[in-house]
Design a protein around this ligand. Structure first.
Ligand SMILES: [Zn+2]
Length: 446
């Protein structure tokens, strides 16, 4: 029987008191339990693991979004079909009423191209556990009542709330910017959460005096939070920005009181692997592979995310031994590839280097987009502040070129041809903002 008070005590105790050995031992036991459950209750896993030794976890095959979606009907342990879940979500999408349970479950769907939809699916108990985890581990500012405005791009089940101490209101990012600003001014929340691309635009509205809210804390999620955007948002709102890392598959990490992003080691098991599926050392970037201990309705076991992350080799100053994610670099197809000098090999270059090369080039750059179609070509789209003369454009191009030459050379890679385009880059708040994109070698690092 689930006891919320005991769960809360555990949530705090584990985070503060557990040492590395205790964490590892706990995870090993949870993994064992989960595997036994999955092969018994999920037709998919029982077939998928037929030829594998379940005691050898690190050699079990990976799943990914494609496998998960293709086998959704056989994978879930409550007998729902993929079609009925998708239909239910499409209906909800029309009505924008996400509060409704379907056969006792909250079903959500991430947007994306039709072949790329993901279903998120949780029971009431799983929802409560996740809410408790967030409410009691998240470093909420000390205030009488929390009122969080959640600018939500995709529906994530189970986070609406209107309680005595905490109120969460959703703001639809599909509205126009004026409507969003107006809504926020009326709501006057003391906490604000949204993807960094939206937060950045709101920071501009705040600076111009259109947005009147003064949150105590801002929470960024859903996209990579670059250090530059973090700085801008913190400055214009005059408060701290912390990051939350959640995918449809698992609630991966929450910030601590010192602002560091800790993996929820007691509810999720994160492996960080290189392109040959070998563990990488903390401090080096690698793929996040997730195994979730809470979700029993759709077991998530060795699910390869498309995200590249780096674990901090240092422990956090807050005292917790839960691992800290030093940086979420972004999706694998946001990683730029260089052709190694005198070799045919490809070298990956983290998007943060490219981002910094662009923004540090000129204060006139308002928005940008970098698209790589081959190791030899890089297209850079720039939106500059109005009335920038041609001469200045040449300076900006020269400066970007210089920065990129230095980055590629440091990575022992050939410098690609650069093409500059001057365009108006309208933001579509319904889509994840991807400033860096690679359109070739899609399987690289998979
Ligand atoms: Zn910490």
């Amino acid at each position: 029987m689930f006891n919320p008070l005991r769960f809360l005590w555990r949530v705090n105790n584990r985070f503060k008191k557990w040492d590395e050995d205790t964490i590892k031992e706990y995870q090993r036991k949870q993994v064992d339990k989960l595997l036994k459950f999955a092969v018994k209750k999920s037709q998919f896993y029982s077939t998928f693991y037929t030829d594998y030794d379940l005691t050898d976890f690190c050699n079990l095959p990976f799943i990914n979004k494609q496998l998960f979606m293709d086998n959704f009907t056989q994978l879930n342990t409550v007998g729902l079909t993929r079609e009925e879940c998708i239909n239910h979500c499409l209906e909800k999408e029309q009505s924008r009423d996400f509060s409704e349970y379907y056969k006792g479950y909250l079903v959500g769907m991430s947007t994306g191209t039709s072949g790329n939809r993901g279903i998120e699916f949780v029971s009431k108990l799983e929802t409560i556990m996740m809410q408790l985890l967030v409410f009691f581990r998240f470093p909420f500012p000390k205030t009488r009542k929390i009122h969080l405005a959640f600018i939500l791009r995709v529906f994530s089940p189970g986070f609406g709330h209107d309680g005595r101490k905490i109120r969460i209101t959703y703001v639809n990012p599909l509205d126009t910017m004026e409507t969003i600003v107006e809504k926020l001014n009326t709501l006057n929340p003391n906490l604000l959460s949204g993807p960094p691309s939206v937060l950045q635009v709101l920071a501009r509205a705040k600076k111009e005096g259109l947005l009147k809210v003064s949150p105590l804390l801002i929470i960024s999620y859903g996209e990579v939070l670059s250090s530059n955007v973090k700085k801008i948002v913190e400055k214009d709102f005059n408060c701290s920005v912390v990051e939350v890392y959640k995918s449809s598959e698992s609630f991966i990490a929450l910030p601590c009181k010192d602002g560091k992003l800790h993996i929820n080691e007691d509810t999720t098991f994160i492996e960080v692997l290189d392109k040959n599926n070998q563990p990488v050392k903390p401090g080096k970037p690698g793929f996040a592979v997730v195994t979730d201990f809470i979700k029993r309705k759709t077991p998530i076991i060795r699910y390869k995310l498309n995200d590249l992350i780096t674990i901090d080799p240092e422990h956090c100053s807050c005292g917790s031994k839960f691992r800290v994610i030093k940086q979420v670099h972004g999706r694998a197809d946001d990683i730029i590839l260089g052709r190694k000098i005198n070799s045919d090999e490809l070298q990956f270059i983290l998007p943060d280097y490219i981002r910094r090369s662009i923004i540090s080039s000129s204060e006139y750059i308002e928005e940008y987009n970098v698209i790589q179609t081959s190791p030899e070509n890089l297209t850079i789209k720039l939106q500059l502040s109005s009335n920038v003369e041609t001469l200045v454009k040449k300076d900006i191009e020269g400066s970007i070129q210089q920065n990129l030459v230095s980055i590629f050379t440091k990575h022992e890679s050939e410098v690609p041809e650069l093409e500059f385009l001057y365009v108006s880059l309208k933001q579509d708040f319904d889509k994840k903002l991807r400033r860096i994109q690679r359109n070739f070698e899609k399987d690289f690092l998979k």
